[in-house]
Write a new protein. Structure first.
Length: 229
């Protein structure tokens, strides 16, 4: 191999290393200044947020903003949630390595990837085929083998894989879909935004215990509407 070729390869490798290291630093700043600073302390969640390359889950022309504390448009009228919301919704279900988690609203795939860093299996449903296809490509490229995707109406959940230790919903219905509550394990948790379209909604945590559910209103949020077939 000629010396010029070797130098060229080494130069490319160095540029790639610098590129990746820059994003690592941005992720660290994101966790420190946006997430820990707002009292999210779940260790597994923080580790996942430091690991998952959020810039891979946004359009290429939006990568410069990938680690800012705001949602970003991903096409088809949908958004990727701000990092704090992803971290909070992940931490509030208290994820454990043995968990099987259902996500409703795959979107970009970022939330599913964060969950997949922590739990055993993630089942994620997206009603918009183009988004589901793009997210699945990203999962394969990033070697997430524990994420299972489906195109369909998330209202009905994924009954053949139920029950789930936790369910995370990333779009806001007017009321909590009954099938999702039915698919929770005993002791399971469901986190979901509930409220009117394009207005202030309430992020709610539902816990199932002794066959009954308790619902806690967490704080106001604004999510895209829950879409039905």
């Amino acid at each position: 191999m000629k010396a010029k070729t070797i130098v060229f390869i080494i130069s490319l490798a160095f540029i790639f290393w610098c590129y990746q290291d820059a994003y690592k630093g941005l992720r660290e700043n994101m966790v420190k200044n946006q997430i820990e600073a707002r009292n999210v302390y779940n260790a597994a969640t923080l580790k996942a947020m430091r690991t998952v390359p959020r810039h891979e889950f946004v359009p290429s022309d939006m990568r410069a903003y990938a680690y800012e504390d705001r949602p970003l448009a991903i096409g088809n009228g949908q958004t990727i949630s701000q990092p704090y919301i992803v971290a909070f919704m992940t931490s509030v279900i208290k994820p454990r390595p043995e968990y099987k988690v259902l996500e409703i609203g795959t979107g970009s795939g970022y939330q599913a990837a964060v969950l997949a860093e922590i739990v055993s299996e993630v089942y994620t449903i997206e009603i918009i085929p183009a988004l589901a296809e793009e997210a699945e490509k990203k999962f394969k490229a990033l070697n997430y083998q524990n994420i299972h995707t489906r195109v369909g109406d998330g209202y009905h959940g994924w009954p053949e894989e139920a029950p789930f230790d936790a369910i995370v919903v990333t779009a806001a219905p007017d009321k909590i879909p009954a099938p999702l509550i039915e698919q929770l394990k005993e002791g399971g948790k469901l986190v979901i935004p509930v409220g009117p379209k394009y207005s202030v909604q309430s992020l709610q945590l539902v816990t199932r215990k002794n066959g009954k559910t308790t619902t806690t209103n967490l704080f106001p949020v604004r999510f895209v509407p829950f879409t039905r077939d």
